[in-house]
Design a protein around this ligand. Sequence first.
Ligand code: NAD
Length: 392
Amino acid sequence: MDIAIVTGSAGLIGAEAVRLFADRGYRVVGIDNNMREYFFGREASTAWSRAELESTVSNYQHFDVDIRDRAFVNQVFAEFNSDVRVIVHTAAQPSHDWASSQPQVDFSVNANGTLNLLEACREFCPEASFIYTSTNKVYGDNPNRLPLVELETRWDLEPSHRFAEHGIDETMSVDHTTHSLFGVSKLAADALVQEYGRYFGMKTACFRGGCLTGPGHSGTRLHGFLSYLVKCALTGDEYTINGYQGKQVRDNIHSADLVGMFWHFHQNPRCGEVYNAGGSRHSHCSMQEAISLIEELTDRRMNVSYTDHHRIGDHIWYVSDTRKFQSHYPDWNYAYDLRTTVQQIVESHALRSGKLADQSRQASARQVPASIESILENIEPAGAASCDSARS
Ligand SMILES: NC(=O)c1ccc[n+]([C@@H]2O[C@H](COP(=O)([O-])OP(=O)(O)OC[C@H]3O[C@@H](n4cnc5c(N)ncnc54)[C@H](O)[C@@H]3O)[C@@H](O)[C@H]2O)c1
């Protein structure tokens, strides 16, 4: 049977990849040691997601393995050997701020962990596609040197600039720029993934994500922008905007749309590619605009504070140009826009914390995709507080 190995399989993108490849008939082997809980604490644990995969995806097998552990990684690859057709590598330390607190751990997970996987792929299944979730932080803060104009609720690019219409493409330099230590460890991995394609002829690709999002995120203060915003909206917790008047712009791609890209790549893989992979002009917003949208969708006023301190390496305006990928894989397109994505996140958070009344829970179950339906199964059946009582 064809095998897909997914690292970080309980995370946002990993779990979406597990479901897609399992649906398409693959036996899926997941590698995830819930290190997200170590990084960000219990609220960010992905144990719930692992449990859900194990109970709802019949052709899924989980390995609680650290990708830094080369011997264990090799053992997993050796077991499935050349039956492995695709590796989707999403496991990572994903936060700028956290990286500066423990640079050795950040680098060993993001860079050395990726090297372990590339080597295992080269040794046991060199014909497989190797898909790496890179990041737009490989460009460091170079995007902040673009000519920006300040509008009422957002920064935007000077309309005459070549990136203005479609966003930033893959020609943006990765040099002479501040990346944050996270950006550097991801860039090291990105370069390795490219090199294994160019030097060894392996079918590797880096997908340089903008903000990756969706209902499966375990959002937390240091990671998971929209997911954490929604969580704060529903709990009333304070959300702190870091600098740029809250006008910084991010593009946001739904996890299912990103994993759709992976599928198309795997159908006709190329060697050593890089693709910018975000929401593009199709799905983007400023922090202020995101807060307004979430307030509208939750019917609650958010508890927002502001600090002038922006995060080092943070982008003021980032919108991905995805046309390179679309020119290589013209059958791929977005299935989700920003509003639908945020609506799904709101529903999943509310349902996960048992805050929606039975009636809306049933309505959501009819409207949302499988990933949410499986979330619904874990909701306490009785005694769930309504929105009103949860507010008081
Ligand atoms: N979420 C975003 O906005 C975003 C943006 C750009 C790039 N990315 C990249 O995309 C990838 C997936 O992001 P996500 O949002 O799904 O992350 P996530 O944190 O939700 O999932 C990552 C998973 O990897 C696991 N993991 C971490 N270290 C591990 C280790 N040493 N061994 C085994 N498992 C480990 C975690 O427990 C977690 O379940 C990451 O590589 C991230 O850097 C994310």
